[in-house]
Design a protein around this ligand. Structure first.
Ligand code: ADP
Length: 246
């Protein structure tokens, strides 16, 4: 059987997990969950579970990696050995090096790096459970953790993917959809300006499908962006309330 013959969307337009084409999976975001990190975030997105710890800005070492004009941003994406069905060999691989690079470059676009010459901002992204879309989940959690760390930014970066299954463009692919579908298009933006921070494509889309998928992913980004802000407000509102009581 061809991959494209597998039914991922039924005659009523419902996907395997009951979602409509434009529905996101369930998302839960919690800011400030780790005490030793400067900033942190725990995020669940469908079956994905991601923990992000941010450190810095602090002096970059070794010194030869410092930039005298601005801070460097070092995101490190890591999948736990137990995060996938078959145990994943621990340590970096080609895929995690690629994801770390594209996320670092995306975050560099929004962090006010020019304020911190010779410094580094370290963003540790730990994937505890993986079920497709982990780079979007990781980048979205990193945005919240950076705010929690008080790192000055132009905007809170956010990511969401769209894709194509059984010839139809849909939002936020699940695991089977990612494995058996025709295309996946992760997008990260600065929601205030619409600037694209990350854009990757796995699979094939026509020009029209690409435009449709891109617009849908951006729409998803704005929904997730609201959840990020709510998570941040939730943490800091309770701090304000505690101060008022004292
Ligand atoms: P993303 O997680 O950003 O969608 P990919 O498209 O590369 O990135 O991966 C899709 C999914 O494939 C992951 O979310 C994960 O569930 C699964 N996966 C990735 N790497 C492995 C691996 N080494 N072993 C098993 N499953 C993996």
């Amino acid at each position: 059987m061809m991959k494209s013959d597998i039914k991922l969307i039924n005659s009523e337009g419902k996907r395997l997990d009951g979602r409509s084409p434009e529905d996101l999976r369930k998302i839960k975001i919690e800011a400030g969950v780790l005490h030793r990190a400067d900033g942190s975030c725990y995020l669940e997105w469908g079956g994905n579970k991601v923990l992000v710890a941010v450190y810095g800005p602090r002096e970059a070492v070794p010194r030869h990696c410092q930039n005298p004009l601005r801070a460097i941003v070092q995101a490190r994406y890591n999948m736990a050995a137990f995060s996938v069905e078959d145990r994943k060999r621990p340590g970096p691989d080609r895929r995690s090096v690629e994801i770390s690079k594209v996320i670092s470059e995306a975050l560099e676009r929004v962090i006010l790096t020019e304020q911190f010459p010779r410094a580094t901002v370290d963003v540790n992204i730990e994937v505890l459970d993986a079920e497709a879309g982990t780079r979007c989940a990781g980048l979205t959690a990193a945005g919240v953790a950076l705010v929690d760390a008080g790192i000055p930014m132009r905007d809170i970066p956010v990511a969401c993917a769209a894709g194509k299954i059984n010839g139809q463009v849909v939002l936020d692919l699940g695991n089977e959809e990612d494995n058996l579908g025709e295309a996946d298009l992760p997008v990260a933006i600065s929601p205030r300006t619409g600037e694209v921070l990350l854009l990757q494509m796995d699979g094939h889309l026509t020009f029209d499908e690409f435009n449709k998928a891109f617009d849908l992913a951006v729409k998803g980004c704005h929904i997730v962006s609201d959840l990020q802000k709510k998570a941040i407000m939730h943490k800091y509102q309770s701090v304000v309330a505690a101060e008022v009581q004292e």
